[in-house]
Write a protein that binds this ligand. Structure first.
Ligand code: NAD
Length: 251
């Protein structure tokens, strides 16, 4: 039997790099998947590309907007009757600039998506999971949630906040058999890194030299970890920060 047979999963940022590859992996493992993202066209494209692998639903929503979050949670429960897995993954990178040159509007935008969005997802999905008495949440942080880096202060701040949200939520719902963990990727080969490379005026080859395994992660490397944390194989694991970083944490 596949690892996620009959499970229902919501993936935010599901039209993006990591989200789409994880959606495909979940579908192949037998899950029904709801992808949530900002742009309807992108959602439609991903849905049509992945629909041969299983049942996939696309919902347009802004994760930083509470009414939108309530909408995607309700739509999922109305259609499937439950939520087993919540991959709380949507995020933006913000501007690359020294802290003294960061604009407050840009800072607020990154916090709105990466922190408020994760918080709102937790708030509304956990109500369902606690009521059911089961469920697994995986919040996407970053290695930028565990250490500093120059030029991306809003992003660093937001990804550290995801650690706090993960630990607090994990403790609040553990007694209800609901688990909450966070993942911490090093650079992943997606649109986000192309944007950061441009902002930092560097390239993949140069940045990859700082990674012990000598390369960026592929989205499939991240999906493998998310699958483990989503599955019953990790049933005694909660409140943990998982690096998937090509050895960077050992430096
Ligand atoms: P991506 O840009 O390919 O995907 C992000 C997706 O989130 C996009 O489809 C985007 O439309 C969506 N999104 C953005 N704002 C949204 C909003 N307000 N509401 C709904 N959807 C929204 O990037 P990715 O690399 O797949 O990033 C996924 C997650 O992984 C992010 O949280 C990111 O911070 C994190 N991450 C990425 C890397 C990396 O190097 N790519 C490393 C560590 C962590």
């Amino acid at each position: 039997m596949a690892t996620l047979t009959d499970k229902v999963a919501i993936i935010t940022g599901g039209a993006g790099g990591i989200g789409k590859v994880t959606a495909e992996r979940f579908l192949k493992e037998g899950a029904k998947v709801v992808i949530v993202d900002l742009v309807q066209d992108a959602l439609d494209t991903v849905k049509s590309e992945l629909s041969s692998h299983g049942e996939i639903v696309a919902i347009q929503a802004d994760v930083s907007n509470e009414a939108d979050v309530e909408k995607y949670v309700k739509a999922t429960v109305d259609q499937f009757g439950k939520i087993d897995i919540f991959f709380n993954n949507a995020g933006i990178e913000g501007k690359v600039a020294p802290i003294m040159e960061q604009e407050v509007q840009d800072f607020d935008k990154v916090i709105a998506v990466n922190v408020r969005g994760v918080f709102l997802g937790l708030k509304h999905v956990l109500k369902v999971l606690v009521n059911q008495g089961y469920g697994s949440v995986i919040n996407t942080s970053s290695i930028a949630g565990l250490s500093g880096s120059i030029g991306v202060t809003p992003y660093i701040t937001s990804k550290h906040a995801v650690v706090g949200l993960t630990k607090a939520a994990a403790l609040e719902v553990a007694s209800k058999n609901v688990r909450v963990n966070s993942i911490h990727p090093s650079p992943v080969n997606t649109r986000m890194m192309r944007s950061l490379e441009t902002g930092m005026q560097t390239d993949q080859e140069t940045l990859a030299k700082a990674i012990p395994l000598g390369r960026y992660a592929e989205s499939s490397d991240i999906a493998n970890l998310v699958l483990f944390l989503a599955s019953d194989e990790s049933s005694f694991i909660t409140g943990v920060q998982y690096r998937v970083d090509g050895g960077m944490g050992a430096m």
